[in-house]
Design a protein around this ligand. Sequence first.
Ligand SMILES: NC(=O)CC[C@H](N)C(=O)O
Length: 386
Amino acid sequence: MTGTEAAALVLEDGRIFRGTSFGAVGQTLGEAVFSTGMTGYQETLTDPSYHRQIVVATAPQIGNTGWNSEDGEALSAGRQASGDSNKIWVAGYVVRDPARRTSSWRATGSLQDELVRQGVVGIAGIDTRALVRHLRTRGSMRAGVFSGPALTDDAAMLQAVKEQPSMLGADLAREVSTDSGYVIEPVGGEARFTVAAIDLGIKTNTPRMFAQRGIRVHVLPSNASLEQILDLGADGVFLSNGPGDPATADGAVHLTKEVLGQGLPLFGICFGNQILGRALGLETYKMKFGHRGINIPVIEHGTGRIAITAQNHGFALEGEAGQEFDTPFGRAVISHTCANDGAVEGVRLLDNSAFSVQYHPEAAAGPHDAAYLFDRFTSLLEGVKK
Ligand SMILES: NC(=O)CC[C@H](N)C(=O)O
């Protein structure tokens, strides 16, 4: 069910879409981005990488499975004193046609009620096809959703939209990272390996993938130091996904260089890929409208294999498919690119001691094509330990 209050989505270029309120009534600001996933809205809404973004669902009907207690991806929020891994991180939600009733045996409530409970402002009933075509043509941009008393005159709303900071240059990882470290134990007892996971906005399913492979995961705050990692006796390091502009993540890049200098095995996902890339000397840039969805094809150069992947990124590394280059840590290669537009989707050291991908092998939500990367990292830890 949607609200009955009039609402407007205002884009920074002056385009306005009018609909009705969905979720909380009020005002929210963020970068308007679209996601093409047909399923998995709960995972999307709770993914910390969407912090400060207003997400537009291209799937016209949203909410039919309601909200449940299992699918939240906001792992670190669930570890704080009063936290909940179902914390919604998106700044706002834009949909065409919300489900009028919830239909799932797992549901604990409706999406509309959860958005209200968490105070997340959304809008429904707008032409999301026209909106997505606009964002594809003009690029992701600053936006606001306004409803109820916040729905004022167009000029005032547009001014509020333009006064917010851009995603370009936004340093957000520490806003979503855990305050203090915590441990996820491996499934079935004994830990074969210990991994230090740098939490830049880590998703719930990532440590779960490690735990299923007998790995104990120490999740550390975004400002963790090399000493902390060494004190844990970590066999390897993981760099998580996360929100914001990777060009601002100098601290994580510095730490990554130190880790590479120690020769510790390293694996990165999404923001983690951008950070490893930067540590290897590559630059990042803001993409026009990014990649957000769960069916994005990626080519692995060398094998020629294609994986259908889950993605959520608005920045990318500079580079060409298969390009090799020298780094202070040895020779590296652009290992993966997107089959749709050629964007860099992975990088690795040629000796395989460090690798990362721009997509989400933990796949929550999304296909499991890339889960083998967790096995590859586990084999790497095994090889080093021997
Ligand atoms: N999911 C992520 O880790 C996103 C990384 C980065 N914030 C981007 O938008 O590109």
